[in-house]
Design a protein around this ligand. Structure first.
Ligand SMILES: [Zn+2]
Length: 256
């Protein structure tokens, strides 16, 4: 029995528990080059959430994994021919998060970790919007930013979307849904502005222009072993934080 997974629990069990930390995963439903499933972001963030919550829970943390929000901000994917990205706007995510925060607060949960697996979901401004309106401690983990220091040890050429990193995770954790032989090289198209290409100025990139088949980054060097090595680091780091967060008492100066 996975006591730390809300969707698998009964009311009989749940009502006898007190939870310190809830983890809310955010994903997306969108194309990933030609070789990965539309649910890639959800599958990845769930794998990480389940493993990290399990490790923390088994160590004594009162941590509960909530169901994944399967729709993300993909407003820049809507012109991809046949793309079928199911997009919500940032304000829709804000409305959803506001309601869930209120629900959790009423249930006496004091700490909420937003575990994000999709680059288009910029959740930090949402936290700012709610900061002075809730007593819940909100924090954000974009998993793809969490272990970039170890990427040079594991990956040949990390990219951004359906790349070597994501494809390796897919080969490790949902291989039956990944078809590497269909992938293209994930080459990115530069804009006409040097300042944008160098990152001095940023835009919301129209995905049908920046990429041939929605991938960004060459997935050809991906292996299941690389995916497992990355997951090990991610789980270790996130589980450690969840354990510490669960044990911490919320007082006036929290989290300082
Ligand atoms: Zn992805």
């Amino acid at each position: 029995m996975r006591e730390w997974v809300l969707a698998e629990q009964t009311h009989h069990f749940l009502r006898q528990q007190r939870w310190e930390v809830a983890v809310l995963p955010f994903g997306a439903t969108e194309p990933h080059n030609l070789h990965m499933p539309y649910g890639t972001d959800n599958l990845q963030v769930e794998q990480l959430g389940q493993r990290a919550c399990e490790q923390a829970y088994r160590g004594g943390a009162k941590v509960l994994l909530l169901p994944t929000v399967p729709f993300g901000v993909n407003t820049n994917h809507l012109k991809i021919p046949g793309g079928l990205a199911l997009s919500v706007t940032p304000t829709t995510l804000l409305a959803l998060l506001s309601d869930l925060v209120e629900s959790l607060e009423r249930e006496g949960v004091h700490k909420l970790v937003l575990l994000n697996g999709h680059g288009g979901n910029e959740l930090k401004p949402l936290m700012r919007q709610l900061h002075h309106r809730t007593r819940l401690f909100l924090c954000l983990c974009d998993w793809y930013k969490m272990a970039t220091d170890v990427y040079p040890d594991i990956f040949k050429q990390p990219g951004e979307h359906a790349d070597e990193v994501e494809t390796s995770l897919g080969l490790a954790f949902f291989p039956e849904l990944v078809h590497p032989e269909l992938a293209d090289d994930g080459a990115a198209q530069p804009t006409r502005f040097d300042a944008i290409n160098r990152g001095w100025v940023s835009i919301t990139r129209p995905w049908h222009l920046v990429s041939k088949n929605t991938g960004l980054g060459d997935p050809s060097a991906a292996t299941a072993d690389k995916g497992r090595r990355l997951m090990e680091v991610l789980v270790e780091r996130l589980a450690g934080f969840l354990a510490a967060l669960s044990a911490a008492k919320v007082d006036e100066g929290f989290p300082y």
